[in-house]
Design a protein around this ligand. Sequence first.
Ligand code: AMP
Length: 507
Amino acid sequence: MHNRRGGSLESNSLTQFNDLGLSEALLRALTGAGYSTPTPIQEKTIPVMLKGQDLIGIAQTGTGKTAAFVLPILQKIGQETINLSGKHCQALILAPTRELAAQIHDAIKTYGEHMYFTSTLITGGVKPAPQIRAMARGVNILVATPGRLEDHMQQGVINLAETRTVVLDEADQMLDMGFIPAIRRIMAKLPKKRQTVLLSATMPKQIRSLSHDFLKSPVEIAVAPASKPIERIEQKILFMPKSDKRDALIKVLNNEKFDRAIVFTRTKHGANKVTRFIEQAGHTAAAIHGNKSQGARTKALNGFKSGDIAVMVATDIAARGIDIDDVSLVINFELPNVPEVYVHRIGRTARAGKSGMAISFCDPEEREYLTDIEKLTGKALADRPALTDAEKVAVAAAAKKPAGGRGGRGGGGRGRGQGGQRQNEQTGPNANAAKQANRRRRRNKSAQADGANSNSSAGNPNASNNNSNQNKTKRKPQSNRPHGENADLAGLQRFVGANANARKRSA
Ligand code: AMP
């Protein structure tokens, strides 16, 4: 099965889109998009949604989940004749970030190309007036982020009393970003008689309880668990002191062959700094994070999609769920302290059936994060080289610092919560629960570090049009990096080791 980009999404099924009872207009759009067969999540979700049942879908981005919920919504809109009241919407799709919302809105336009319906995108960061105008007559489909939607609801500009279908996309990211209270308030304004669909890559307790409170006898569908990175991703870990990471990054960018690369940093400030030195090394780069204006975020994303920018430097919140063609390399400049984040990050590559590489830099203090990642994914990623005595002292000193107090780490996200370094780790029957609670706390801190406010601004409908146009452009990235050199990661690890030895000698 191939998608419009020539990649393939695996399915063992013989089901075709027309077996799912989709309308001729949708089938034509799917053919136009180059999709021949439904992905597993589409095959399972579409019939359930068409029957009007509530649904919990456990699926990551990259599985085709957007089409899985957009196609049935469009199909129903095509079948039902309803009189739309001003300020109302027939279907509401909630997404955690502006970029993801814009991406879903673009998908709606693609799949609904041969249908007549109205849709609008409501996110923060742009003037509210055009959004108010767009809602004045009511729309069939509203795609929104929770913050701006609530603002409009409080101003009486949007009314959800006639909404028949609601989709909560990336529910676990909404949780990470602190949006669950807003989601609960929004859900409370929806009519009791409605269809509710919740999609999440993972099912933490709070999301489970959200689904208990708002979904009626939902059908549960799970595809490709989030804890298992896609097999096609080649994963490498490079051990080095923190001070070697800049040089190592430039070496990787110079030596690796890649179409587009995403470099993940943990903090917004870190993303800006990394972007600057990538540019100084002669590569095109742009940062995307929650402190950037919407204009800057859209420009960076469009530049990356069109190929004008070869390297995007991103924090987790800004990048999750983003579907960009041909990202063949993901670099973790810092390892995330929450192991699930690692899985999401590396999932930005090897999308739509393609292969990809993920290279992670691991400094001595990050080794415990690596261990967490290996436990989650069930895969040993690398043998640890021995720590020098100085490194052991540094690790022990860092471990003694209180939460958020690890100098230069920024954001507080790397603190070990309740002083629970590995050496002091709890054991016994409550250890797992305590670990999970710590993990959740760290996750929330990381979300805050990246600015959960990323939702309360952004994405204008025009910008998203540009996005979709840019998306179709098939230009190769213009990087200044030298070509033709083979990837030599073993060499890089040697270089990093040599640097460390030189430091030891000069010390
Ligand atoms: P998503 O998980 O919704 O972000 O989708 C991941 C990618 O899969 C997107 O680029 C879609 O264009 C692509 N896609 C969605 N459905 C199909 C399909 N049935 N066949 C091939 N590609 C698809």
